[in-house]
Design a protein around this ligand. Structure first.
Ligand SMILES: [Mg+2]
Length: 213
């Protein structure tokens, strides 16, 4: 694939918002408004598998020891992971994604790359596809997804993280890196947001095109 062709790819990154915790809230409406932590057990060596956005405001993060998380957020509602339920909803989400392209690279139950490059003639522009996916996920599962669209996987993934939850960020196919990267916090300016600036230039544009051949 030539450099020129690789720069013309349109990659969408779909990332569910606080997936495990959001599923717990979906299935137990009484959790609404509470900090929710999925993981456990509460004592011993339990770790946080996921935390909703309320819990994150207290500093709770994935992979944190549960004892530390509950020191930060003693009122958190703790739920044991229900993998079968997460797999069930993930399958419904991926069924939606497959309506737009067969060219999908799943990263996790709640995350996937779609190469839309060959879908645009059929479905129109990428923004329409992305908004459609976001809306259908909401309608059919009750869950929130963030979408990033860009000319490669790196930029699409960073874009999906920029405006979470329910974010939608599209980076033009020929990104002006200065324009895009100004939206990132300066190093050391805080813990939120992506931890790395996107690489810029031709190397970044051709770094990670999916569905070769
Ligand atoms: Mg996620």
């Amino acid at each position: 694939m030539s450099q020129r062709e690789s720069c013309e790819r349109t990659i969408l990154h779909m990332d569910m918002d606080a997936f495990y915790a959001s599923v717990e809230e979906l299935d137990a409406p009484e959790l609404s408004g509470w900090p929710v932590i999925v993981g456990g057990p509460r004592e011993g060596r339990g770790v946080v598998a996921a935390a909703n956005y309320v819990a994150r405001r207290f500093g709770v993060r994935s992979a944190m020891p549960m004892t530390q998380a509950l020191r930060l957020c003693p009122d958190a509602r703790v739920r044991t992971p229900r993998m079968a339920r997460y797999v069930e909803l993930s399958a419904a989400i991926h069924e939606i994604l497959h309506r737009y392209t067969p060219c999908i690279e799943p990263l996790a139950l709640d995350e996937a790359y779609l190469d839309l490059s060959d879908s645009l003639r059929l479905f129109g522009h990428a923004e329409g596809i992305g908004r459609d996916i976001q809306r259908k996920i909401r309608q059919q599962t009750g869950l929130s997804a963030s979408i990033g669209i860009g000319p490669n996987k790196l930029i699409a993934k960073i874009a999906s993280d920029l405006e979470k939850p329910a974010g939608f960020v599209q980076v033009p196919a020929t990104p002006r890196c200065g324009h895009f990267s100004h939206r990132f916090p300066s190093p050391g300016s805080g813990a939120s947001g992506p931890r790395a600036r996107p690489a810029c230039g031709p190397a970044a544009l051709s770094a990670s095109v999916i569905c070769r051949g």
